[in-house]
Design a protein around this ligand. Sequence first.
Ligand code: NZQ
Ligand code: ZN
Length: 383
Amino acid sequence: MFNFIAHNTTKIHFGKNQIAKLSKEVPKDARLLFVYGGGSIYKNGIYQQVKAALGDRFVIEFRGIEPNPKYSTVIEAVSVVKQNQIDFILAVGGGSVIDACKFIAAASQFEGEDPWDICAKQVRISQALPLGVVLTLPATGSETNTTSIITRGNHKLPFMSPKVRPVFAILDPEATYSLSPRQLGNGVVDAFVHTMEQYLTYPVNAAISDRFAESILLTLIEEGPRVLDDEPDYDNRANIMWSATQALSGLIACGVPQDWSTHMIGHELTALYNIDHARTLSLILPSVMRVCRESKREKLIQYAQRVWNLQDENEDNLIEEAINLTEIFFSNMGLPVRLSEVNLDENNFDEIILNLKKHGMTKLGEHGSLDIEKIRSVLSHSI
Ligand code: NZQ
Ligand code: ZN
């Protein structure tokens, strides 16, 4: 097992009626920026719950964070922070709103010349405003982690800093009842792939992290399809929500190697063709499994046996069957597994690879061995 540091400081309020806890978690004298997306929170009553909990605090609202948050939008919010001496940020939404708020929290305190350097040059963040979260979409894990991903033109770039980890996160499974089947499916698959990026590498005898990861995968396989039922079930939503948070809270990363090649290739598909984040992952992960089947062999066999409960003396059959079942699971969740389903083909490969090169993403994977040639092969396997 590798050495590791575990340090997740986000206080979580999980369960029904927890949005009311904002009244305790946000300081009474805070000058608050309340940030949200396109307006789903008006329709499902979350806006009203947040306003009621905030009472008569000083609040400025910032509406309009789009999916895959844009640099131009977050920079606008940074100006609002500066003009109004904001000292606390509240994100109410999914990964996009939370990621946007992480950037706003850091950029409003940034002393360098160009805040885009936070993403483009990975400039270290020395301070950021405190951030609280009300989560409305279980998927990214952004509610307790240190990552944010911002898009500028066709550049979709992450930054990471412990300074932007949310101080608290409110997770009410009932807040997910208004999600569309598309967003629910996306969320389950994003959480599944986060788990795989930290699990499907090579064995290092990290038994606890492996078992934690397998428990998340098994829960998502079991509970995932039921999330698409017409009537929402509270415990189903609660289990999905907690799985998604723990898939990227740092817990399952303890002591293990990590891959992240599917995400890096996927980010380029979103940046270039505006495909939903999770849908890029369902397209790419099965092909990464196929192209890397030798370097991931032992973990692929473990995955086949422990997650899909497969038994076959022929290891190659075992691996192929596990990859096929992964694809079927993604399809059952309503996500694409072939590039043709999103109108892409080999004519797009050069453009995708050019963007990866621009972003220095040419040695991906846990061994840094997924080079341009292999990435092209991954894309070909997804046709
Ligand atoms: O904007 P509104 O009107 O709120 O609508 C949103 C949005 O259109 C809607 N929605 C959210 N909660 C809802 C709801 N609709 C009805 N009822 C609710 N309760 O869902 C749409 C998508 O929201 P978005 O926040 O974009 O989705 P998601 O949570 O999947 O976030 C995706 C973003 O997170 C990044 C992705 O790259 C992408 O930019 N990621 C962030 C990560 C991190 N910080 O650790 C890791 C991930 O791998 C991911 O890359
Ligand atoms: Zn993701």
